[in-house]
Design a protein around this ligand. Structure first.
Ligand code: RAM
Length: 329
């Protein structure tokens, strides 16, 4: 080999080595969602990508099962562990079922946090709630009650029966029901965050409870499907659909009147904050009770004795403001 060729070859090897080192230094953060294809999580991923861009040395792996099952998430988690990611930020389909796999991840040095829908304490280092669970529980009942001056029957259309976040919100909603004397909760059904199952469950509620005045869906998938079911049944103005939705998906329902109003927090901010937290914990931030962990432009998360923190209050959308927000998330 000529001297020149040797120099060029070693330069190429050096460049290749540098590239590998740089790539190896990137912090790989897996955002594991309840299922792919849900607009809420896609918006959260936008926030995760924004955080990654700001941090500069982060690679986001956005992933999840095709349906909202714990089994599907366990498969995804095992693949991420095998791949050697640095951190996992999960919205769990079941608080307990995914915990052993996440414990295995932590034993291998992977940072694990939950966000949106929590994991049992032993299966994660911290959990980020979008807002106070009690406030969300009260909000979903109040949204229905505010449009029922004479009271009446309401039903809840939830996500899966094991979903941590919806189950807590429903529990909190039931606690405050006595504060709404005329409101009668007749049923809670589960659409599994699948559009078609949610639509059928909403149809079932309409058929079973002829005096139903509101369907409360604390899920972005459920509220959209229920508003379609009410519209298709010709019941706009008779059955109000409310709960938690995305302005981008709910604009039509608000314009038609199928949904008078609904609430949500900013999913982009939530994904951004979860990514910042995963990154800072990976880099050594402590997760003891009382710890305050920075989340970039979202301030800091202060952990309670359960290792949980909450972000901002939900915001209500109706005819007066939906147009302004529908292009954002
Ligand atoms: C769906 C999911 C998510 C929940 C929102 C409100 O997108 O169930 O976990 O936070 O609704």
């Amino acid at each position: 080999m000529s001297i020149l060729k040797k120099i060029l070859t070693s330069a190429a090897v050096a460049t290749a080595l540098m590239a590998t080192t740089a790539a190896a230094e990137n912090v790989k953060i897996a955002i594991v969602v309840k299922a792919l294809g849900i607009g809420f999580f896609e918006a959260a991923n936008k926030g995760a990508e924004e955080a990654a861009k700001e941090l500069g040395d982060v690679e986001i792996i956005y992933t999840g099962p095709t349906d909202t099952t714990a089994e599907g998430q366990i498969e995804v988690l095992n693949a991420l562990i095998a791949q050697g990611v640095d951190a996992i930020a999960i919205s769990a389909n079941d608080p307990d079922a995914v915990a052993p796999t996440l414990q295995k991840a932590m034993e291998r040095g992977i940072t694990v946090i939950s966000w949106d829908s929590g994991v049992a304490k032993e299966g994660r280092q911290m959990h980020l709630n979008p807002s106070s669970s009690a406030l969300i529980g009260n909000t979903i009942i109040k949204l229905a009650a505010d449009n029922m001056p004479d009271g009446g029957d309401v039903a809840i259309l939830s996500a899966t029966s094991t979903s941590t976040n919806q189950n807590i919100w429903i529990e909190e909603a039931k606690k405050v029901l006595p504060n709404y004397p005329g409101i009668n909760l007749v049923a809670t059904v589960y659409g599994d965050d699948l559009a078609d199952k949610s639509y059928r469950e909403a149809q079932g509620l309409i058929a079973t409870y002829p005096n139903l005045k509101a369907i409360i869906a604390p899920t972005t998938v459920g509220i959209l499907a229920a508003s379609q079911a009410v519209t298709d049944a010709g019941l706009i103005g008779k059955v109000n659909v409310t709960g938690l939705g995305l302005p981008s998906e709910m604009a039509g329902a608000v314009e038609s009147g199928a949904t008078v109003s609904f609430a949500i927090w900013n999913p982009i901010d939530l994904g951004y904050a979860a990514t910042m937290l995963a990154y800072n914990i990976k880099k050594g931030a402590t997760t003891e009770a009382g710890a305050s962990i920075p989340m970039g432009r979202m301030g800091a998360a202060t952990l309670d004795e359960n290792g949980e923190a909450a972000m901002s209050d939900p915001f209500t959308y109706d005819k007066s403001n939906i147009a302004e927000f529908k292009s954002i998330f």
